[in-house]
Design a protein around this ligand. Structure first.
Ligand code: ADP
Ligand code: MG
Length: 210
């Protein structure tokens, strides 16, 4: 089964729509345990990504993801810009030269993204960060690459996001709150969920077996 460069483009357009729709919600989540800019950061970043992708014709998933990472790195401040930017740049390397990727390629690309986020942010699973969604998703795709169910992947991403509510933050601004961060969703996990949800809905719609 293939993930075509046009699917990747549609995925990022869909992600942008979701970030615009959820801008206020993401900001409210960040107001509770951070500084209240996460929705603004994501909405601005993916808007700029969409503008870049709209005006460029791609045949190489690697260069599409590379441009996405560069835009996020350069246009988004805060912790999340460099982290999402690094994730896309690392994923780009795995997809270099490919017009169509396999789910095994997707698994490898997600794992590279996770490695990049960890290297940059020094968080682990359980630190109540975006990694709490990225890592289980990367693992699931690698383990189920042969028979990937997009709806099961979507469910896993959502459950992983929901689990951050009960965690105590160990990294990022929320860590300053210590135990008071418990009871709130991690904003970066919620935006990462929208990214994964957009991937799953895009791929389901493109007629791949679920
Ligand atoms: P900032 O925290 O600089 O205001 P954002 O509000 O845009 O930036 O992003 C906050 C999100 O970034 C958090 O919810 C968390 O998911 C993620 N994050 C923060 N620090 C780290 C880190 N060290 N590793 C992984 N993710 C992190
Ligand atoms: Mg913030």
């Amino acid at each position: 089964m293939g993930i075509h460069v046009n699917d990747v483009k549609q995925w990022l357009f869909k992600t942008n729509s979701r970030m615009q729709e959820e801008k206020a919600y993401l900001t409210a989540l960040d107001q509770a345990i951070g500084d209240g800019d996460h929705g603004i950061n994501m909405a601005r970043g993916f808007q700029e990504v969409a503008i870049k992708l709209e005006k460029t014709a791609y045949t190489d998933i690697g260069s599409l993801l590379q441009d996405t990472g560069m835009v996020l790195l350069s246009k988004v401040g805060g912790a999340s810009g460099p982290l999402f930017g690094t994730a896309f740049m690392k994923a780009a390397m795995v997809c270099k030269g490919k017009t169509e990727a396999t789910t095994a390629d997707l698994g490898a690309a997600l794992q590279e993204a996770v490695n990049g986020i960890k290297l940059r942010g020094k968080a682990e699973v359980g630190s109540k960060t975006m990694l709490d969604v990225w890592e289980p998703v990367a693992q699931y795709v690698q383990e189920h690459a042969e028979q990937l169910s997009w709806s099961a992947l979507n469910d896993l991403a959502r459950l992983s996001m929901e689990k951050t509510k009960e965690m105590e933050a160990k990294k990022g601004r929320a860590a300053y709150l210590g135990p008071r961060s418990v009871g709130h969703l991690d904003p970066g996990s919620v935006s990462t969920y929208y990214l994964m949800e957009a991937l799953c809905t895009t791929m389901n719609r493109s007629g791949e077996p679920a």
